[in-house]
Design a protein around this ligand. Sequence first.
Ligand code: ADP
Ligand code: MG
Length: 643
Amino acid sequence: MPAETAEHIERPERHEFAAEVGRLLDLVVHSLYSEREIFLRELVANAADAIDRRRFLALTDPAMALPEGGPGGAPGGAKVQIIPDKAERMLTIADDGIGMSHDELASQLGTIARSGTRAFGDELAAAKPEDRPSLIGQFGVGFYSSFMVAERVEVLSRRPDSTEAWLWVSDGQGFTLSPAARESAGTSVMLFLKPDCAEFLDPANLETIVRRWADHISVPITIRRDGKDLAANEGVALWRKPRSEISEQSYSAFYRHLGHLFDTPAATIHWHAEGTLEFAALLFIPATPPLDLFEQDRRAHVRLHVKRMFITDQADLIPPWLRFVQGVVDTEDLPLNVSREMLQSTPVLPRIRKALVNRVLTELKARAQQAEEYAKIWENFGAVLKEGIWEENEHHKELSELFRFRSSSAPGLTSFADYVARKKPDQAAIYILCGDNPEQLAHSPQLEGFRARGLEVLLLSDPIDAFWPDRLGEFGGLPIRSVTQASADLEKFPFAAGEAATEPGAEELSAGEADKLAARLKAALGEKVSAVRPTGRLVESAVALTASDKGPNLHLQRLLRRSGREVPAAPPILEINPRHPLMRALTTILRPLNDEAELLFDLARVQEGDPPVNPARFAGGVAAALALSLAQPAGGSRGDTAP
Ligand code: ADP
Ligand code: MG
């Protein structure tokens, strides 16, 4: 094969790498030593993918037909060859796959095509240098990992439907492309190894490396030793084997390969369905979230095989709200030459999909029995599962039983069932509060009145939480209500025993006084608020904002605005706490309350995590108030000067 590289006659075209490639390459090459054998995994995976793709196209296009002479001389044979050449210090990985045209070589190997890889590059750049090697080793960076071991990489490739071959050459600083020759279709990746990488020329060492992970690759892999190509894997589809014959390591290796993941799965679900539907499924729930979990393309990529042959990973075998599930489905119920149209219209896929969803939900339910283990799954994927309520109506019950929340009155995670078991006997709703982050929620003034009355509130801080509770509506017959819209419910609950500090004091405004003060504040604020009203919801805080009774709550309004949408909502309502000493003080001021009202409004915004309408004025007001309070004659508690 090296002879072929000498074939370029014309002057090679010179190309630069896309900027992001250069940056990723630098990071990879310079952060790695111990993990560098992963280049082999990446290159063999690419070669096997290329063979799968060619085999699929060959079903409908004779020009793509695979070479004869697979294992046992069978037609349709194709393999990945690993060929060390000590004399040239060169390692070749050759395949009979789909190959790459001139333009494909330039684009596939010159840019970072995979969105996950781009995200990974960003993560890598952000990681501490000492953490980078394991990050790379565990994740893999595809083709570019070649440069961890090679000072020059040559890729000679020819597509089956063309007689033209091209040679791509790179030393890591851009690449050249020149016309070349290749006897048959496929790709050879030739690595001219760095002087300290001779270990990758030793066939026994190569075999050790390949055997560690290659068992699940259903394409034969050979390693050349003393002129002979010796098999390095079984080339049998893992999911077709009985569970008893598969080791944990094989499952994990397959899982890593599928999802570009690096840990061991949180759950492995492997079964063979027989009867009306016939398929094998091997699904994994990852232990860490895939990097692209919340990217635009929210599709699942469970791979569809028909009679062992890879067809597509775009068949939507799993709904978007289970997209973290990785895996393979292999069915007998579709023809091998299944067309794109057939994939869309066949009743087989929806039935398989239904079976997969039920199986995954059953598995999650079983995991949920182990609170600690389940907490990890929930932290990783709860926000995705919640989308299931929003997206379809079919699984509301099963899903809501899987949900877990932080709570205002218990540490750890609380389920709806826990909540219902703890609620007050005459409590007729499940109370929730949505916001940006759990810390802020736990200290929100919105909670005060509920806490003081011993009413538990579930604290929801995923963006999706602004949407699904309304769609779900209830759990176990109890309506789910936001505390921001449930202040009326509080009236029938007395303060909890032991909440002495929250007993109404002598300072409390009477209902008449409170209404009058509210009217004066509303007059001062004008159209900024829909209303000002006294509330029993607050205990320590003076004021709080809430959405007007019709329309989206404040948190949802904020999310919508952040995503650049117009929010046609009425201005908020300013609620005042008649028990707060500040309110009594305000009633003693006779002039209009303009400045005080503006300050209170901004104060309420700040409590919600929003900026004051006028930050400078707010800061000025706070400083003035502070100066005033410090200038008061010192009370007994301020004798803190040094003796
Ligand atoms: P990924 O495999 O995740 O797409 P890689 O960096 O490993 O990322 O490869 C980039 C692309 O280069 C592949 O998607 C494929 O289109 C192309 N490619 C790499 N190796 C081969 C090969 N041996 N045969 C055909 N195409 C290949
Ligand atoms: Mg790859």
